[in-house]
Design a protein. Sequence first.
Length: 126
Amino acid sequence: MGIAVSTESKGPAGSNSRGGPTDYQRIAKLDMENEVKPPSTVSPSVGAAIAKGRQDKKDAEGKSMSQKDLATKINEKPSVIADYEAGRAIPNVALLAKIERAIGVKLRGDPKLIGTPLPGPGSKKK
């Protein structure tokens, strides 16, 4: 009929708001307070030791082991080996152990010993 209807807001209906910061503002503040540090990556010395150990490892024909050969030997993708050598990978102790056994070079433990040859089978640790 064309009658004007007025609507008024009498307050935050259905809300438990007390006039403080909104949930979004609280969450944003928490995010700023709790900055998450990115995970640590493999040290450059480990990547260099993998590359050197892989290149020193020769096959029957005298060719160096490629990243693809190493990846095949430890059942991983070649990109994983490339990431470890470049220092972009997040360290995985089990994977480092596989690589150690495949190339015969120490990659875990004391940083001074990284890159040294592994003791042969049958030798005792001191």
